[in-house]
Every structure is written in structure tokens, then in C-alpha cells.
Ligand binder design. Structure first.
Ligand SMILES: *Cc1c(COP(=O)(O)O)cnc(C)c1O
Length: 377
């Protein structure tokens, strides 16, 4: 009998999570209720800045850029080594996206490459905490300051991590999270935006709440009646319902145990794979304590495809994270060409994500390691 398929990532939903969701389903508020406020308050404790919950990580990025009023004439500098939403959510608003190459060690956006792309029109620099390793915020913030841009940190991989002892969420001007099931914690679908700038977060919240003013004292028309509400701008309904906030909140209580287990597995991968020929293991800079989302190895000697196929044939759900974003036809068709970011393209050519999730057992991991050893011999 074949061994069951081992996914590269998987949620871990426990009875307490299910009970939390059941309580909401039996209660008065399926959406816009107290579980939303509760999750936002707990996120602020973990992230070190106030939070707005939204319906996905993609929604978080769209609301962040939309709340900033990004549009035609604005430029965004971002990394190609990410899920497309980091770039596409800005492009959809009409901003021009520039791709900066990555640092070879972390696969995070390279501050030197960002510097070379800065212009007076740069409104946002958007980095990604690739695999859970925080961006070099202290190198990127002064670059943003040079042109009056804001630093956006796509932290879909890294909730629960720290940089120089400071939590992810308190490093950049705006930080976005995803609660998709493969991420470090889940609400099924979901996400959040956090920012230490109250004025910025207020605009982001309004964008994600259909453009509606939250504060009645700001209404232009004060005498219409008690039913009156106002939309001074357009927005989208990106609300995360109480049902999912309850799941996210329950999961958030378990985040530190998830992060610890992921770290154990990462340390164990390093031990077990250290001497495998033709494999480069991920590195960590001394100033960070990552919340590892991916275990990203590099397969050398042009053997990535062969290893990918052999692992999948053995029932092991390896992944490639990521296809350089501008290789997708939607960017290709607007003139972005291969060769733009050579370090990222080389990284992509070798990259393979091995299974990593909190509920993974040591036996699961041994199976991954043994299979990989057999292939690379
Ligand atoms: C998952 C992810 C997103 C999008 O999050 P969704 O919740 O799936 O919309 C954005 N950026 C990165 C880096 C991601 O990994």
C-alpha cells in the first residue's frame, strides 16, 4: 500500500477551535459582532500595532494600497519572490509596479536594489517576509524616507516572528497578514492589516468597510436623522465574519505553540539534511527570530524538476515558492521581461519547499528526509 499523501502545509484545527466557532453560530452575531473586535484586539497584542481584520491576505494588500489612495502616477517597488497579490493588488489600482531583486541569502527584497529604483513617484516599498524570515526593515525605512514612501510588509508567512526583538507588525508602516489554511494560523480564509499610524489605518478600515465613515461626528450632513450614515469614498466589503474571527481568535491563542513546533521541525531538517549533496539549506540572519512558514531548500545541479517529480511520485507534497511574479502573463503582457531580476530567477530555478506544518510528526519528517536522500543519493 502506498503511504498517504503528505501535504506541504496543513491547518491544525482542534476541538477548542470548533467549539469557539459553534458558540458564534449559536449566538446573535454572525458578522460585525464582538468576535471581530476581540480578534482585532488580540492581533494588536501579537503584532504590536492596531489591526483591521479582512477576508484574505489579498484583501489585506488591496485594502492597504487602496487606503493609501494608490493610483495612476504612483509607483510601487516590490519583490518578484512572492505570491502575485503583493504586486497585483497595487497594479489593479493603476500604480506602476517595479520589481527589485532579492538578497541571495534570505530571498527577501534587497535594499540595494530598492535604492536603485526609487523615484519621486515611489509611494510604497512592499517587502515580503519570505518563508517567515522578516525583511530588513531598518535598511528599508531610511530608503522610503528619502522619497516620502511608506514601507508595506507582506507578513503572510511571518506572524509571530521578531526582528531585533520587535514583533512583526511593529516594523513597517503597514503590515498585512493572511490566515489561509497553509499559513501559520488560519481562519479558513482571512487576513488583517496592522499599522502604528492611526490615520492610515482609519483609511484602510474605511476602504475595507465599503467606504463607510465609522465616526458619526465626521458626517458632512449632521441633521438628516439617526439612521444617517455616510460614504465619502468608495470601498469594498472585505469584512471577516464573526464565524471566522472566532476560529482565528482561537488559533491565535495557539500561535506560539505553532511557531515553536515549526521551529523544532526546521532545526530537525537542518540536522537531518546537513550532509545531503547538492542541497542548500535556508539561512537565518542573527537579528531575526523567524516564525517559519516554509522550509525552502535549493536543489543544485539543474535537478529541481527531477526532485520535484520524484517527491510528488512518492506522495510528498513539495511546492515551488515562487514563480517570479513578472513571469505571469498578466505582467508579461505589459512588457516585463525575463532577466529583470537575475538573483530571484536563479533562486526560482533551484527552489523547493519541503513539507512544514505544526501538526507534522517526526515520522512524517523522516519520510521526507529519507525520500529526498534516496533521490539525491
Ligand atoms: C498567501 C499569501 C498572500 C495572499 O493571501 P490569501 O489569504 O491567500 O489571499 C499574499 N502574499 C503572500 C506572500 C502569501 O504567501
Amino acid at each position: 500500500m502506498n503511504a498517504p499523501f503528505l501535504p506541504y502545509g496543513r491547518h491544525w484545527v482542534a476541538d477548542e477551535d470548533i467549539n469557539a466557532v459553534n458558540d458564534v453560530l449559536r449566538g446573535d452575531w454572525l458578522t460585525t459582532g464582538p468576535a471581530v473586535d476581540a480578534l482585532e484586539a488580540e492581533l494588536e497584542k501579537v503584532a504590536g500595532a492596531p489591526a483591521v481584520t479582512v477576508s484574505s491576505g489579498t484583501a489585506a494588500l488591496h485594502a492597504a494600497y487602496g487606503g493609501l489612495g494608490l493610483g495612476p502616477g504612483d509607483e510601487v517597488i516590490t519583490t518578484p519572490m512572492t505570491f502575485i497579490a503583493t504586486a497585483s493588488a497595487a497594479a489593479m489600482l493603476g500604480a506602476k509596479v517595479h520589481f527589485a531583486d532579492i538578497s541571495e541569502d534570505t530571498a527577501n527584497i534587497d535594499p540595494g536594489a530598492v535604492d536603485a529604483l526609487l523615484s519621486p513617484r515611489t509611494a510604497v516599498v512592499a517587502g515580503v517576509d519570505y518563508a517567515g524570515h522578516p525583511i530588513d526593515a531598518d535598511a528599508l525605512l531610511p530608503l522610503c524616507d528619502k522619497v516620502g514612501a511608506l514601507l508595506v510588509e507582506d507578513a503572510a508567512h511571518s506572524i509571530g516572528g521578531t526582528y531585533k526583538g520587535r514583533p512583526v507588525g511593529s516594523l513597517a508602516d503597514i503590515t498585512t497578514f493572511s490566515f489561509f489554511p497553509t499559513k501559520n494560523l488560519t481562519s479558513g480564509e482571512g487576513g488583517a492589516v496592522v499599522s502604528p499610524h492611526a490615520d492610515v489605518l482609519k483609511e484602510i478600515r474605511r476602504f475595507a468597510r465599503i467606504g463607510r465613515l465609522a465616526d458619526a461626528s465626521e458626517h458632512r450632513h449632521q441633521d438628516e436623522g439617526p439612521w444617517w450614515y455616510e460614504m465619502p469614498t468608495f470601498g469594498i466589503n472585505y469584512r471577516l465574519p464573526d464565524i471566522l474571527c472566532a476560529l482565528g481568535l482561537s488559533q491565535l491563542q495557539r500561535l506560539s505553540s505553532f511557531v515553536t513546533r515549526r521551529s523544532e521541525l526546521v532545526a530537525r531538517y537542518h540536522e537531518l539534511l546537513a550532509d545531503v549533496p547538492g542541497l542548500r539549506l535556508p539561512t537565518q540572519r542573527p537579528e531575526v527570530d523567524p516564525a517559519w512558514h516554509l522550509f525552502s531548500v535549493r536543489v543544485q545541479g539543474g535537478r529541481r524538476k527531477e526532485v520535484f517529480e520524484a517527491m510528488r511520485a512518492a506522495g510528498i507534497g513539495v511546492q515551488v515558492n515562487y514563480i517570479p511574479v513578472y513571469w505571469h502573463p498578466v505582467f508579461e503582457d505589459s512588457g516585463y521581461q525575463r532577466g529583470l531580476c537575475p538573483v530571484a530567477e536563479q533562486y526560482y530555478a533551484e527552489q523547493l519547499s519541503l513539507p512544514l506544518f505544526a501538526a507534522m510528526t517526526n515520522a512524517d519528517q523522516d519520510r521526507v528526509v529519507e525520500t529526498l536522500r534516496k533521490i539525491l543519493g
